[in-house]
Design a binder for this molecule. Structure first.
Ligand code: FES
Length: 1025
């Protein structure tokens, strides 16, 4: 049995001052220890990346008890008498691996790895306490809902809330089934003391009663502070609470009222049909099957292409030995940088008072303002550092450089900026439309005669609106950089977490007026990017490094990262669809507006892609798409996995769903592309794989028979409704420009036979380096064990394109593919014969163009096809839902590595599910982002995975290649439409209009479609608040 020895191994004596100042995670990561496996990713106990094991002697049982704790919440002073084990104490590739580490790596359980050691530690702790845990206990450990009560602060923290209701006067309930939550509450009030267990619904609405009581905010087995509460007519209200409790505004409850008598049995008067009101969604262990085609039996055994080999860094992921940017040890004379950001949404800068910051004794080395930039301070309308005015809360005004992170942050607090507010201040798309505030001209595509078709060809017309909320990238590793200025020739070494090092290099060059050839960007690996890591913080670090002459480290904490950087564009769409009674759509007109934030950034491109991709899988002869990017006073929104597709296609699918509600469920098939055809922008394609994916998905998910089972369930349950949905997908891969598809690779063969491969793609956790070595192994005829990729560097492969648009593995793989074969036996001889042992591979790129004047082109190299079916169950009282089953069929053609590709599909589906169901950005009326961490912003976790989750890659596909990084995002909408299906059933049963405005995210919350109350004239309705 391994002994806990994270700290013990180092025998580090900790001084008193360190003890009292340090939070455990900071200390673990400190210079003295340099334990890189424990990661700081949120600082709020919400992500689990910092999980370690704490062991204490229990004097009563005389046994050692082990707890998994999130180290970002634990002061060292609370650990008196305890031992801390970090992932380094569990196993290592240098010594031996713990079985948990080995299994998680070999079962393809890692992607970027930033949180993998946290998962290892949760499981390891469980095994220390329970050597043979059940699957449920394992799930509890990973999901943070340990039923053993041993998790101090689980990775996915859930409140356990006990409501002490007023004492009962009677043990009898009111007669008949409760019709609204209020009646359930009222009934509970008259029963024995009731208890409610915490969940995640936001407000609990009741109609007229006011109840009150106490809430104990503790974890299981660990009582917490008490707050008093009132259930008011419209919301759950906290009357008072401990002063420091920032949890109040985040408090989420599901009133899971125990509608039981004192003897613990259900009230006999309630018929079976209404009993579902009393049931909780039990935590279940997800199951699933992954299907892919094996490589051809004639393929050489040593050829790894197409085989599901483990991520080449998988074992290092599991042991925490995979190094990220911030794991680079402190360099001599290194300084730390922190950013001063605007607190106003639209204002003139009157003055910036740095005097107090600079007076801080001996700590602040410099303050960097726009005046310190020798070259270009960004674009005229998109400044790197604000000049004269600010356009959003979170805009960077200046930066402070100090000896330590704490000192830099203190100096930020002491920097005073005086503002004069400016008008107008615009936050929403609706306000931007009112003020004609746009970032670029309208983009439009049209075919046929839409107006004429509406007038002459259709039996029915339906109009509707769709709202899609924004999304935070929430890469596990926040933005960070280390810039090291060299002593001669203005050379800079930049170690940066970015998906586009060439862009960083170019921007640093223009900002500092230094030739590009003096700047080298290094990317070892990135803890997730999703389109959000282009590298503005790196440029700021470079300005400071050149200004001070010292190395600069900049690490954004989660709050600042979420505040400063924009994310996915929110969308507002209006559609008008005309169709025959048979369900055949004759005319469709969609107009969309996206919220671009305060600067253009990628908003024009996102608008273009949104319009280009919006038709999805449907052939509609009379079709018009229009899109426009709105300028608002929010941080500039930017690229995000899917690049407009997940938002735009939700409008299209909502429209199709509205038609299906009138004409029956076959509407999707009826309107799908079926034969070789041309898109709205006249690009020819063959939809055969689309049809195959669709049919396989219906077949593999037993869609039609389950549709009957769902109807049967819904008949029997009044308060629970199940919904089932299936969506098709045609996703275009790549950029709409040929030059963006070029790629290069470089290979060095050394005289010992080892091979160094480099290429232009960046390892973001998507396994691109593993795939490139698979390709290189086939082409060079050298086993992967002889090959190595050390990093992506602008010095080895110059002028690269961003690793984005799902095309990275494809184009870089093409570059690697042209490398000549090598025979290891003649390397020495080749050297003697003066034959070069280096080679470059270059791919000129796929032809792609789009002529927006003519509204036609071939903007995409190819399409990826897929389909997904999901079934959910919705609690009509709270709006909570559980995902019962999802089946995905994706055309991955000849997958380079099916294990990695299925991981990408599952990951992007889950991120899409988050977009459409739980992830919600909330702002104050002044434009300040409230949701700045996992406790305010709910990204999916392991407990959100469908109970049954099956992924199949389409066998024997003829599609030439596939890029799978982004496409699965949209398939997450199958969960959204399944929820909508359940809600529509509930509304139908209650004689409430089935039409409602589609709003994403669709979780329980204000004005969500899960509301089953009658629609109100105003936006807000009686149930939604
Ligand atoms: S960093 Fe500690 S839980 Fe996220």
């Amino acid at each position: 049995m391994n002994k806990p020895h994270g700290f013990q191994k180092r025998k580090k004596k900790v001084s008193d001052s360190e003890v009292f100042l340090a939070i455990l995670v900071n200390y673990i990561q400190s210079i003295n220890l340099r334990l890189t496996g424990t990661k700081y990713a949120c600082g709020r106990g919400g992500c689990g990346a910092c999980t370690v094991m704490v062991s204490k002697h229990d004097p009563v049982s005389r046994k050692i008890r082990h707890f998994s704790v999130t180290a970002c919440l634990v002061p060292i002073c609370s650990l008196y008498g305890a031992a801390v084990t970090t992932v380094e104490g569990v196993g290592s590739i240098k010594t031996r691996l713990h079985p948990v580490q080995e299994r998680i790596a070999k079962s393809h359980g890692t992607q970027c790895r930033f949180c993998t050691p946290g998962m290892v530690m949760s499981m390891y702790t469980l095994l220390r306490n329970l050597p043979q845990p059940s699957e449920e206990q394992l799930m509890g450990a990973l999901g943070g809902t340990s039923d053993m009560g041993k998790t101090l602060h689980p990775p996915e923290a859930r409140w356990e809330v006990c409501l002490r209701l007023p004492q009962p006067t009677s043990s009898q309930p009111s007669s008949g089934p409760p019709s609204v939550v209020s009646e359930v509450v009222q009934t509970s009030q008259s029963s024995s003391t009731s208890c409610a267990k915490g969940g995640r619904a936001r407000n609990v609405q009741i109609k007229s009663e006011i109840l009150g009581g106490d809430v104990d905010l503790g974890y299981p087995g660990q009582p917490g502070p008490a707050v008093s509460w009132t259930l008011c007519p419209s919301h759950f209200h906290i009357n008072h609470s401990p002063a420091q409790s920032s949890t109040n505004r985040h408090l989420c409850l599901i009133l899971d009222l125990n509608y039981v008598s004192q003897d613990g049995r259900h009230f006999p008067e309630i018929s079976d049909r209404f009993l579902s009101a009393l049931e909780d969604f039990p935590a279940t262990v997800p199951q699933g099957v992954q299907r892919y085609q094996s490589v051809d039996s004639h393929q050489a055994l040593q050829d790894p292409v197409g085989r599901p080999i483990m991520h080449l860094s998988g074992l290092k992921h599991a042991t925490g030995e995979a190094i990220f940017c911030d794991d680079i040890p402190t360099v001599d004379k290194e300084l730390f940088m922190a950013l001063v950001t605007s607190t106003r949404a639209h204002a003139k800068i009157i003055s910036v008072d740095l005097s107090k910051a600079l007076e801080l004794p001996g700590v602040v080395v410099d303050v960097i303002t726009a005046e310190d930039i020798p070259g270009t301070n960004g674009a005229e309308d998109d400044r790197l550092l604000a000049v004269d005015k600010v356009l959003c809360v979170g805009q960077i005004v200046c930066a402070v450089v100090a000896e330590t992170e704490a000192q830099a942050k203190r100096a930020v607090e002491e920097t005073k900026i005086a503002y004069e507010d400016l008008e107008p201040v615009i936050f929403t798309i609706e306000d931007a439309i009112k003020h004609s505030s746009f970032l670029c001209p309208e983009k439009k595509l049209e075919q046929g005669n839409v107006e004429k078709a509406f007038e002459e060809e259709v039996d029915q017309i339906v109009e509707g609106e769709v709202h899609v909320g924004g999304q935070e990238h929430f890469y596990m590793e926040t933005q960070r950089v280390l810039v090291i200025p060299k002593t001669e020739d203005k050379e800079l070494d930049i170690y940066v977490s970015t998906q586009d090092p060439a862009h960083v290099q170019k921007t640093v060059s223009s900002t500092l007026d230094i030739p590009i050839n003096r700047i080298t960007c290094h990317v070892k690996r990135v803890g997730g990017g999703f389109g959000g890591k282009v590298g503005r913080p790196a440029v700021l670090g470079a300005i400071a490094a050149v200004g001070t002459g010292y190395p600069i480290r900049l690490v954004l904490d989660r709050e600042d990262d979420m505040l400063i950087t924009g994310g996915r564009h929110p969308l507002f769409g209006k559609y008008k669809v005309g169709f025959m009674n048979s369900g055949r759509i004759r005319a469709l007109d969609i107009e969309c507006f996206i919220n671009g934030g305060c600067t253009l950034d990628d908003s024009e491109l996102v608008t273009e892609f949104l319009i280009l991709k919006m038709e999805n899988a449907y052939k509609i002869h009379n079709l018009r798409f229009r899109g426009r990017a709105c300028m608002t006073n929010l941080p500039s929104n930017t690229a995000f996995r899917g690049f407009g597709f997940p938002q735009g296609t939700l409008v299209t699918e909502s429209c199709i769903t509205a038609v299906a509600a009138k004409c029956g469920p076959s509407v999707r098939e009826k309107n799908m592309y079926k034969t070789v055809d041309k898109t709205i922008y006249k690009q020819a394609f063959n939809p055969e794989p689309l049809i195959r994916c669709w049919n396989e998905c219906l077949d593999k998910s037993s869609f039609h028979s389950r549709r009957m089972q769902v109807a049967e369930f819904n008949k029997k349950n009044y308060w629970r409704k199940r919904g089932l949905a299936v969506v098709p997908m045609k996703f275009s891969v790549g950029f709409a420009a040929t030059s963006f598809h070029q790629a290069a690779a470089l290979v060095h063969i050394y005289t010992d036979g080892s091979v160094l491969v480099t290429h232009g793609g960046n390892e973001l956790g998507q396994g691109i380096h593993t795939k490139m070595l698979q390709v290189a192994s086939r082409e060079l005829k050298v086993p992967t064990s002889h090959m190595h990729i050390c990093e992506t560097s602008t010095a080895t492969v110059p002028n690269t394109i961003a690793t984005a648009a799902s095309i990275g593995s494809d184009v870089n793989g093409r570059a690697v593919q042209v490398l000549p074969p090598v025979c290891l036996s003649w390397i020495e001889a080749a050297f003697e014969q003066r034959i070069s042992l280096s080679a470059t591979g270059y791919f000129r790129g796929y032809e792609a163009f789009m002529d927006w004047e003519k509204r036609e082109g071939d903007p995409f190299p190819y399409y990826v096809y897929g389909a997904a079916s999901s079934e959910v169950e919705v609690d009509c009282l709270t709006g909570a839902h559980k995902k019962i089953r999802t089946d995905i069929v994706m055309d991955a053609c000849c997958s380079l590595n099916p294990a990695i590709d299925i991981g990408q599909i599952e990951g992007s589906f889950t991120q899409g599910m988050g977009l459409y169901t739980t992830e919600e950005l909330k702002y104050s009326p002044e434009g300040v982002l409230y949701s700045r961490g996992p406790d305010d912003y709910k990204i999916p976790t392991i407990t959100d995975i469908p109970e049954e989750f099956n992924v199949s890659l389409l066998p024997s596909s003829q599609t030439p290649l596939t890029g799978l990084g982004e496409s699965g995002m949209f398939l997450g909408s199958s969960v959204f439409f399944a929820i909508a299906d359940a809600v529509a059933t509930a509304r139908r049963e209650r004689d409430i209009a089935e039409d409602f405005t589609v709003r994403s995210p669709e979780g329980p919350g204000p004005c969500s479609p899960t509301c089953t109350r009658p629609a109100q004239p105003a936006e807000r309705c009686a149930q939604c608040g």
